[in-house]
Design a protein around this ligand. Sequence first.
Ligand code: PEP
Length: 312
Amino acid sequence: MAPPAFVTSTASAALTSGLSHLGLGVVSPRRPLYAPNTNAGSQPRFYMASSSPDGRRFFVGGNWKCNLNKSAIADLVAAFNEAPPLDRDGVDVVVAPPSIYVDSTRQILRNDFAVSAQNSWISKGGAFTGELDATMIKDVGAEWVILGHSERRHIPQLKETDETVAKKAKYALENADLSVIFCIGELLEEREAGQTIAVCERQLNALKQAISDWTRVVIAYEPVWAIGTGKVATPEQAEDVHRSLRLWLKQNVSESVSDQTRILYGGSVSPANCVELAKQDNIDGFLVGGASMKPTFMEIVDSYKVTLAGAV
Ligand code: PEP
């Protein structure tokens, strides 16, 4: 079947070349694509989602947490660099090394992957030993920062509050021109108490109080019970929360922010489960921990193709 007119030629080639290993045929796309990237080849390497009213380019982030070293990163990056070029109308890929390796990773990584830090300070630098001013992250060529990861919210020695995370996001967005992967999600006991949506909304509400421009924010819904546990949320469980979050954005921020903001799922995403999750209408990509430190991360990246073609 010929792809619809709004599927670009690059995306069309990706459909025919890339769907077979996902076990999918081509039916209608679940959503339109963005306009072609007119910044290709210029700086910055990453380009932002367009303002298309109902198109949300798929996004796959890899969070390496406090893992790997210089030589392991060199090996992993070499494997990523060998993979075919990305269809940049179809997917954004961002990897987040430990902060000390952000600069060196940026230097050796393919240009169609962006780099993220895993944290930044709430404000301008100064006498804040051990912290990173977000402008320093930008200075070495990274374009993203992950904020509010559940490990930073919940590890007893860290315990970042909703307000701290939101303050960090505000500074990174407004003073460093970074984009933000803003993580939210409930603990197991909160899910069992029926508080999943309330917790996520509370965390998002702190962000809403702090910022007005959401165009460089990507939300990562990561149920804490699914992170690093191998217990992935079912596609239905994830989609239910994502749908509620999109509604919250519509009712509390604006319809356009609701339409345009990408909501990622994170929590034990793997090559084995990514396709079913990617098929969900309100899942716009993934934040991946463990599985992002293997060459097969590229199989997770490839799951964007089901969002171009729809599932059969
Ligand atoms: C994460 O680090 O954000 C994450 C989701 O980890 P994992 O994929 O290992 O569960």
